[in-house]
Design a protein around this ligand. Structure first.
Ligand SMILES: [Zn+2]
Length: 163
């Protein structure tokens, strides 16, 4: 993890916060950087579109491909404020990004943000059919985790039904 990583993660946090600071509104941000340049910066847009697949990382991959006019984002790094879910991890593999860097991990936030069944994105990447992709977590972990409900938050079912 480098200073540049922290700089891009700060941008991802800013993008996430553009949605407000209510942890119920899924303030997730994702930024894709290639050659020191931002090619996409998106937040979760599932409710607004509405689109169940409009996670921040998915939106960033779509915008990144549009912006570069390329199907593959080789050499790019995808930053996400929260550990990517199974769908976004797979999308990262398909998009050919070289590196995924996330802030808060599963253990840092309330389980409501993840699938009911545990999909371990780390072993998912390790078992991927690509040798040229790495995933690293914990970049600005505390700042990213502060966007979300803490692991032990006492939430009603309705409060948890947003995602
Ligand atoms: Zn996702």
């Amino acid at each position: 993890m480098t200073e540049d990583d922290e700089r891009w993660m700060r941008l991802a946090i800013e993008v996430a916060r553009s949605k407000g600071s209510d942890p119920a509104d899924a303030p997730l941000g994702s930024v894709i950087v290639r050659d020191g340049r931002v090619i996409a910066a998106e937040r979760n847009q599932t409710e607004e579109l509405p689109d169940a697949t409009a996670h921040a990382e998915m939106m960033a991959i779509r915008r990144g491909c549009e912006a570069s006019g390329e199907l593959e984002l080789r050499g790019a790094t995808l930053y996400s404020t929260l550990q990517p879910c199974g769908m976004c991890t797979m999308a990262s593999i398909w998009s050919k990004v070289g590196r995924v860097v996330y802030g808060a991990g599963r253990e840092d936030v309330h389980p409501m943000y993840f699938e009911a069944k545990h999909i371990d994105t780390l072993s998912f990447i390790a078992d991927a059919y690509r040798e040229d992709i790495v995933i690293e977590g914990g970049c600005l972990r505390d700042e990213c985790a502060s966007l979300y409900y803490p692991p032990d938050a006492d939430l009603s079912f309705e409060e948890q039904a947003n995602l």
